[in-house]
Write a protein that binds this ligand. Structure first.
Ligand SMILES: Cc1cc2nc3c(=O)[nH]c(=O)nc-3n(C[C@H](O)[C@H](O)[C@H](O)COP(=O)(O)OP(=O)(O)OC[C@H]3O[C@@H](n4cnc5c(N)ncnc54)[C@H](O)[C@@H]3O)c2cc1C
Length: 432
């Protein structure tokens, strides 16, 4: 029997260390430091270096990577168990060397970058010394690559990129951007787009403004609206060959989506813990909130939904480890992606509600988490498109039923069952 829901003792000890370390050392950073992608403050770099070293010493640095890129290659199930801890803190992924979108960008560079690009960008990225940006979404087109207009044209020994991109996270802190652009408008978008590495200081990379989410201030805003205005890069700055952008994007986003889901488990559990503690602590004239049945329903629904979601994530992680092929888990990853914002939103909303006016106030983190849930319903493909993927993949496993009535039609089934057991039924009838 291979079904097993237990973590091996050695890895559990490592997780216990991570849990304590994140709680005691890392979570406080979220309250006193700014954006983890901003590498400009040397004093912050010096503060976190020993913490990153402690993570390395405990064998938990860059757990999303295989040994060829300096990670331990534990696989996705173990990564999931770690991310269930790291997702509690904004700074934890940076301290553990597995922060998005750098994690996905590093994988693209590792696969498709030249030796020179790897030396200049990949190694410092893996070492956590620089940040990167993934610049795909366009202001008029959202997630739909068939509508993208940002283009790249050859001019001598250079590519010239022109167009606009929207919500390019961390562009203001990035050393380089990975940009998707149309290189052949004559063919379909799936073959006609290419991926470029663009150094952030290239002339023509103009950030029009940085957009914040929810109630973020202008200083906190980190999603860039960018105008690529005659941006020139050498020919070898196309990654993976001309026309390969869509295939590369799918590989990159597949891993990114499940990593977000793993971290979401942590955040949702945090909201759930707060809900339970508040329910026990807050008194009404009928007793504590926890004694009221509607509170109990909220707690029960939340617990069930979190456990269901977690099992789906772990099962998908296990399938990735088993097949080592994201193509085979497309349906599973889309299912997680569609389920993630719902469980996130529902549990946070219930917890927020149970905290009353304090819950909606700026003295609690819930409103930022509600925006976080909605962000995950949009980023890396909106929920609707993922549900379409799930339904299409599921329907491939079915055929239409034959005849006028469906296979579950009871009179038809009864007739068939009677025919099948006619001898028995006749003997039974003869007895009486
Ligand atoms: C926090 C955050 C970070 C992001 N970071 C990046 C980044 O680093 N790089 C990057 O390139 N992009 C990034 N994005 C952008 C993200 O990819 C887009 O938000 C997403 O593609 C949706 O596009 P849109 O926001 O323009 O929404 P729209 O496309 O305008 O969608 C509007 C509505 O239509 C729905 N919808 C869209 N398509 C369909 C469809 N086919 N069927 C049914 N309904 C549909 C959407 O769910 C939404 O409700 C980020 C987004 C967020 C929220």
């Amino acid at each position: 029997m291979a079904w097993d829901f237990e973590t091996d003792r050695e890895y559990q000890q490592m997780l216990d260390w991570a849990d304590q370390f994140v709680r005691d050392e890392v979570e406080p950073l979220d309250l006193i430091l700014g954006n983890p992608y901003d590498k400009s403050n040397q004093r912050i770099i010096e503060l976190i270096k020993p913490m990153q070293q402690a993570v390395r010493d405990h064998g938990l640095w860059a757990c999303h990577l295989g040994p060829e890129l300096g990670g331990p290659g534990y696989g996705q199930v173990k990564l999931a168990l770690l991310n269930e801890i790291l997702g509690r803190s904004t700074w934890a992924p940076t301290i553990f060397g597995c922060q998005a979108p750098d994690s996905g960008n590093a994988e693209i560079l590792a696969h498709y970058g030249s030796d020179e690009q790897k030396a200049r960008y990949l190694q410092p990225l893996l070492d956590g010394e620089i940040s990167s940006c993934y610049s795909m979404t366009e202001p008029h087109a959202g997630a739909d690559p068939t509508l993208f207009t940002t283009s790249a044209a050859r001019d001598g020994d250079e590519w010239v990129i022109n167009g606009y991109k929207w919500f390019s996270s961390n562009a203001r802190f990035a050393e380089f951007l990975i940009v998707m652009a149309v290189t052949n408008p004559e063919v379909s978008a799936y073959q006609g787009m290419s991926m470029f590495i663009v150094p952030a200081d290239t002339p023509g990379v103009n950030i029009i403004r940085n957009v914040g989410t929810g109630t973020e201030s202008d200083e906190e805003a980190s999603h860039a609206y960018i105008h690529y205005d005659d941006v020139r890069v050498p020919l070898d700055h196309v990654l993976g060959g001309e026309g390969q952008a869509f295939a590369i994007a799918q590989t990159r986003l597949g891993a990114g989506r499940i990593h977000h889901a793993m971290r979401t488990i942590a955040r949702v559990r945090q909201a759930f813990d707060m809900m339970c503690e508040r329910a026990l602590a807050r008194e009404t004239r009928h007793g504590p909130l926890a004694s009221l049945q509607m509170t109990q329903e909220r707690i029960a629904d939340s617990w069930v939904e979190i456990e269901q979601f977690r099992l789906l994530v772990l099962r998908t992680a296990w399938l990735i480890d088993k097949h080592n092929d994201y193509g085979r888990v497309r349906k599973d990853i889309s299912a997680i992606k569609a389920a993630m914002p719902k469980v996130y939103f529902d549990v946070v909303q219930r917890s927020m509600h149970l905290h009353g006016s304090l819950g909606i106030s700026n003295e609690m983190p819930f409103s930022a988490w509600i925006v976080g849930a909605e962000s995950l319903a949009l980023a890396d493909g909106p929920t609707e498109t993922h549900k379409i993927v799930v339904a299409r993949q599921v329907l491939k496993e079915y055929l239409p039923h034959e005849g006028l009535f469906p296979n579950g039609h009871l009179p038809t089934r009864l007739e068939a069952a009677r025919k099948q057991y006619a001898d028995f039924l006749e003997r039974e009838a003869a007895e009486f």
